[in-house]
Write a protein that binds this ligand. Structure first.
Ligand SMILES: Cc1cc2nc3c(=O)[nH]c(=O)nc-3n(C[C@H](O)[C@H](O)[C@H](O)COP(=O)(O)OP(=O)(O)OC[C@H]3O[C@@H](n4cnc5c(N)ncnc54)[C@H](O)[C@@H]3O)c2cc1C
Length: 214
């Protein structure tokens, strides 16, 4: 039985916590959300008509500071940086026509101890949160929801938590590895970063070659 905030009680087959990082369902169910918070603030800006690059651009300026621009639609670009002003962080003169939104945010890296408790299940940021490196948050949430829906339809809820916890943990570990590399301050780590960039370039060429062969 669920007690609703409007003061009524109701019974459901399942309750799905999809309320994001501060999920009330997770908190009411007393499911721990262990992890850590990054000290620095990050920032985001969505802009129109940035003339420089139509592709994903990643720059690492002074040690620890990273800035990326990602095309997200027709004439729309998203800037994200590990500092408080994503636009100022970018090492190019920006002639931006319109800033559609800007924001500063804190980042937590956390995962619910369990994604299920009885007939209560968690999906998306209610179950896990991570840095924006790799832009995987939404995908992870959708993957949780698809798995949950499939299991609900087949009445096979056992194992949902274990399966999605394991999968999301792997993704978060990769994202954390990427975050540590791109925001690294030591010389060795910065060299690793450059190696990753070089490898990414090679992989891209390889993919084009493969596509040409197919
Ligand atoms: C600045 C920023 C940039 C990001 N960029 C990307 C990106 O480029 N790519 C990507 O994949 N991910 C990105 N993410 C992550 C992505 O936004 C999240 O992973 C995703 O939105 C999580 O979806 P969700 O539905 O689980 O939670 P949310 O998007 O947080 O949605 C939860 C919803 O539940 C509602 N809610 C909360 N509590 C209650 C309640 N008690 N009753 C009723 N409703 C409630 C909220 O109002 C909200 O609408 C970004 C995140 C941030 C902060």
């Amino acid at each position: 039985m669920a007690e609703l905030s409007i003061g009524e009680n109701e019974t459901f087959d399942y309750i799905v916590g999809a309320g994001g990082i501060h999920s009330a369902v997770r908190e009411c169910a007393n499911i721990a959300y262990p992890g850590f918070d990054l000290k620095e603030k990050w920032s985001i800006a969505d802009v129109e008509n940035w003339p420089y690059s139509k592709t994903f651009t990643l720059t690492q300026m002074k040690p620890g500071l990273v800035a990326v621009s990602v095309p997200i639609g027709e004439n729309r670009f998203r800037f994200v940086s590990s500092c408080e002003n994503a636009l100022e962080a970018f090492p190019l003169p920006l002639k931006i026509h319109k800033v559609r939104r800007e924001g500063v945010f804190k980042i937590s890296v956390r995962q619910a101890e369990s994604f299920s408790k009885g007939r209560i299940h968690l999906v998306g940021d209610a179950a896990h949160c991570r840095t924006p490196v790799g832009g995987r948050g939404m995908n992870q949430g959708i993957a949780d929801a698809v798995e949950l829906a499939k299991r609900m339809a087949g009445n096979q809820m056992d194992g949902y938590s274990e399966f999605r916890h394991r999968e999301d943990k792997k993704v978060i570990a990769i994202i954390e590895c990427g975050r540590k590399i791109v925001t690294a301050k030591t010389l060795v780590a910065r060299m690793e970063f450059n190696t990753v960039l070089a490898a990414a370039k090679y992989y891209h060429l390889l993919r084009e070659d493969s596509a040409g062969l197919l």
